[in-house]
Design a protein around this ligand. Sequence first.
Ligand code: ZN
Length: 153
Amino acid sequence: MIANSIQLPDDGSCAFCAYLNGTRPYTILARDEVTAMLVTREQRGVAHVLVIPVRHVETVLDLSDEEACNVMIAVREAARVIDRAERRPGIAVWQNNGVPAGQSISHVHFHVAGTLPGGRTEWGDVPELPITETEALADKLRAARDDLAVEQR
Ligand SMILES: [Zn+2]
């Protein structure tokens, strides 16, 4: 197979893998064997969640069929949870592959974010929230996720 032409960020060891294996603190909203949902410290919407495969996969080009299915289902779940928790009039989903596209961590991740007051999401600089604040966001999102799970029984 010919290697793809995607230019990955030169980010050394993978931050997302470090979060998943517990060597760096981060807010993990939910995880199973294939996917995980993280509450990003760079909130670009109301609220802003990342969906990733648990396996270290660099870009969308490299996802297995199983990962592609499960990641998309997790993206849908993240959107439903944000809808329930935040009641925003819009939810944006985006995903970047390669430095020219804006990828900054070389582990494929989907952004799911409720729109800001006034619309859209923030593409400029945002503050990096402390873990205490992303944990507080996660508490609200987990409560919404529990509500949805009860309704789906
Ligand atoms: Zn990784």
